[in-house]
Design a binder for this molecule. Structure first.
Ligand code: FMN
Length: 353
């Protein structure tokens, strides 16, 4: 049924339909009885799916990835739709409009998306007000990035300001230095730039701090960031963001759409590779959050057994529809029971050991 609905929805430009669907989901989950009913049928209830990761209790491992709910407008929605948690943002210290539209496109033959939104958001202060007025039913992480007009040499204070505003209100905080759509942002992944940013963010919050990395980093850079994260005793790494690579796309005319990051199946292979590399380097010393092209139960299970304690999806949700999170959680629970795992934690990294 969602396939037919999706065909109709996909006639509308991508960003507009995102807003419509998002508003529909918010309205549909606004009344508490509706939320309760949805939660009863969609939320992960099997205790085998629950885990405590960096001190936070997650009812299920699959969360909504950053970028879908940039401003925390749907804080009460994501648990009702069956996600185990949500990462809101990216927010920046100053509100900003992002890049001019059109800036988001579907690549249907690849079940992928291309976006160059450029961190359009209402600012970390506005998100802080929403978080302060919300009692979460699932953990809400916050993803912070650099304000576009702030020069690279002032990035530390810009990240510090975001962390100061939202740091005490988030279940965890992600330092995003991996979006391809803010000029110079990914250069901050170099350890000498990243180190002072992570130190500053840590000083502003007691929440677990993670760093989100790009799939386009070299293996050597991934190793360096992993070592830095261990040295700083970060909580973990989120891998990965969208890719700038256009290799192997089936959709015609992608180059005419202009620059941007590609998400969904085209990033899956590299995202899984990065996860494996990270796990072999850091093992259980960091929590690994895998995101990038997770569509099916097989994908999800593969990432868990390769070392991911938590998963996230954006594009899989867009193409999969409202039952997607439940489908993935049910599938993971079945694999855990079939494999004789007493808990999710026992399965994490089991294929790599
Ligand atoms: C339209 C769109 C907007 C995004 N915005 C953000 C963002 O603001 N911050 C961020 O860290 N990642 C952002 N992402 C990246 C996703 O969080 C995720 O890392 C990436 O899409 C790969 O996962 P997926 O294949 O499940 O979509 C965005 C992705 C898309 C498709």
């Amino acid at each position: 049924m969602y396939r037919a609905l999706r065909r109709a929805l996909f006639l509308v430009p991508a960003e507009r339909i995102h807003t419509w669907v998002f508003n529909g989901l918010r309205v549909g989950t606004a009344p508490a009885p509706a939320r309760r009913a949805l939660k009863r049928s969609l939320a992960p209830h099997d205790p085998v799916l629950a885990s405590t990761v960096f001190g936070v209790r997650f009812p299920g491992p699959l969360g909504l990835a950053a970028g879908f709910d940039k401003n925390g407008l749907g804080l009460a929605t994501w648990g009702a739709l069956g996600f185990g948690y949500a990462e809101v943002g990216t927010v920046t210290a100053q509100a900003q409009p992002g890049n001019p539209p059109p800036r988001m496109f579907r690549l249907p033959d690849d079940r992928a998306l291309l976006n160059r939104l450029g961190f359009n958001n209402e600012g970390a202060g506005a998100l802080a007000l929403k978080l302060a007025g919300h009692s979460p039913d699932v953990p809400i992480g916050v993803n912070i990035g650099k304000t576009k007009v702030v020069p690279a040499d002032a990035a530390v204070d810009d990240f510090r300001e975001s962390a100061r505003l939202v740091g005490q209100l988030a279940a965890y905080l992600v330092v995003n230095v991996s979006s391809p759509n803010t000029p110079g942002l990914r250069d901050l992944q170099a350890v000498e730039s990243l180190l002072p940013i992570l130190r500053a963010v840590r000083e502003e919050t007691n929440a677990p701090v993670l760093v989100k990395i790009a799939p386009d980093l070299s293996d050597a850079d991934i190793d360096e960031i992993a070592d830095l994260a261990v040295e700083l005793e970060l909580a973990g790494i989120v891998a990965t963001n969208t890719t700038v690579s256009r290799d192997g796309l089936k959709t015609q005319g992608v180059d005419e759409l202009g620059p941007g990051g590609i998400s969904g199946p085209p990033v899956a292979k590299r995202s899984a590779e990065v996860l494996r590399r990270l796990y072999s380097r850091v093992g259980d010393r960091l929590v690994l959050v895998s995101v990038g092209g997770i569509e099916t139960v097989d994908d999800a299970w593969d990432r868990i057994t390769a070392g991911a304690s938590l998963l996230q999806g954006y594009t899989g949700f867009v193409y999969g529809g409202g039952l997607w999170a439940k489908h993935i959680h049910d599938g993971i629970a079945a694999r855990l029971h079939d494999g004789g795992f007493a808990s999710l934690a026992d399965a994490v990294g089991s294929a790599a050991r």
